[in-house]
Design a binder for this molecule. Structure first.
Ligand SMILES: Cc1cc2nc3c(=O)[nH]c(=O)nc-3n(C[C@H](O)[C@H](O)[C@H](O)COP(=O)(O)O)c2cc1C
Length: 359
């Protein structure tokens, strides 16, 4: 293939280079992947109402997220096992996000320790995504380490009481190849992802070790052990956004986990408006799932999101060309957001509002 000009091209290139098991783990979703497909189609169905004769000779797409500047309202979503795409894994993503001046959200199940990710780009904005272990001392230790390592926020993923059944992972018998480990968990007795025939090793791991009894009192406990602002990832309903605010969250991420958890869950676009309305000015609202174009980012902001997250796209960049590949994805996204804003007649993020969306 010639040089990729968009994220679909990049995915095709990554697919050629990655082992089938890894490509399927990254690309796949739960059951029939209805929600995976719908996430993207829902963004594609949004129509915009561009204004004209506005001076857009200088477009500034920077904004702030939890008070921290980001050059463009796009964060890299927490995705497990980055080393499956490239040996530099999360470190490469750390350097690329730092270069692009955007925030990286680092997964609990990263293949680099959270301290080493931070050391790869010390001054950059970074959140730690937490999965809560049944063993609360493991959970507490992860939170304390993230705070000590200078992370700006704790992003608690709340949509995985059990892992969705990702049938591609069952078919390929998803497992970690030798040398790729759950680095954050190595100090504890929960670092082993045992391979098993005819099932996903990840599913067995998650279902045995993560805490399915998590509820709103757990969020209060987590808040009591950290000074970091808490963001809840995986909110799809207005009532849960209200409860998040009542329990002291600083933000919520409207997300169906990229269609990897409940197949048939609402698309993130659909859920966004309801959550924004419920959040009022009590929470920052972010959104992810199927965002592939700058115009999707602009539409999300117009619907009231503060910023978006992208998952699979940066994994494709990482697979194709390591740090450089992730940089290209983020630069491409910034260029697209800038152009979409200009074509909408919006010179600044604060100029974007709901009137941009065709009803
Ligand atoms: C390969 C892969 C691994 C993921 N791992 C995690 C994870 O460790 N923690 C988490 O909260 N979300 C995880 N997610 C979900 C993403 O954070 C994000 O919600 C989703 O990828 C966004 O959709 P998109 O890939 O269509 O942009 C993962 C997603 C993918 C594709």
């Amino acid at each position: 293939m010639s040089v990729p000009v968009n994220l679909s091209d990049l995915e095709a290139l990554a697919r050629e280079r990655l082992p089938q098991m890894v490509y399927d783990y990254y690309a796949g979703g739960a059951n029939d992947e209805v929600t995976v497909d719908e996430n993207r189609r829902a963004w594609e169905a949004v129509r915009l109402r561009p204004r004209v004769l506005v001076d857009v000779s200088h477009v500034d797409c920077s904004t702030t997220v939890l008070g921290r500047r980001t050059a463009v309202p796009v964060l890299t979503a927490p995705c497990g096992f980055n080393a499956l795409a490239h040996p530099d894994g999360e470190r490469a993503v750390a350097r690329a996000t730092a270069a692009a001046d955007v925030i990286q959200v680092v997964s609990t199940v990263s293949t680099t320790s959270l301290e080493d990710v931070a050391a790869a780009a010390p001054a950059a904005g970074r959140w730690f995504q937490l999965y809560c272990y049944r063993d609360r001392e493991v959970t507490r230790a992860l939170v304390e380490r993230a705070e000590q390592a200078g992370y700006d926020a704790l992003c608690i993923t709340v949509d995985v009481p059990f892992l969705g059944r990702r049938e591609r992972e069952v078919r390929t018998g998803f497992h970690l190849p030798p040398g790729v480990t759950l680095k954050n968990l190595e100090p504890y007795a929960v670092a082993e992802l045992a391979a098993s025939e005819r099932d996903s090793a990840l599913r067995k791991y998650v279902n045995a070790l993560w805490d399915p009894s998590l509820d709103w009192t757990s969020i209060e406990w987590l808040r009591s052990i950290t000074k970091l602002p808490v963001v809840l990832k995986g909110i799809l309903v207005g009532d849960d956004a209200r409860l998040a605010a009542d329990h002291g969250a600083a933000g919520v991420i409207v997300s169906n986990h990229g269609g990897r958890q409940l197949d048939g869950a609402v698309s993130s676009v659909y859920a966004l408006r309801e959550v924004v309305a419920a959040a009022g000015d009590r929470l920052e609202v972010y959104v992810d799932g199927g965002i592939r174009r700058g115009s999707h980012v602009v539409a999300a902001l117009a619907m009231g999101a503060r910023a978006v997250l992208i998952g699979r796209p940066y994994l494709w960049g990482l697979a194709v060309d390591g740090e450089q590949g992730v940089r290209q994805v983020l630069e491409g996204m910034q260029n697209e957001v800038t152009l979409a804003m200009a074509l909408c007649g919006k010179a600044r993020v604060s100029d974007i509002d709901g009137t941009l969306i065709a009803a």
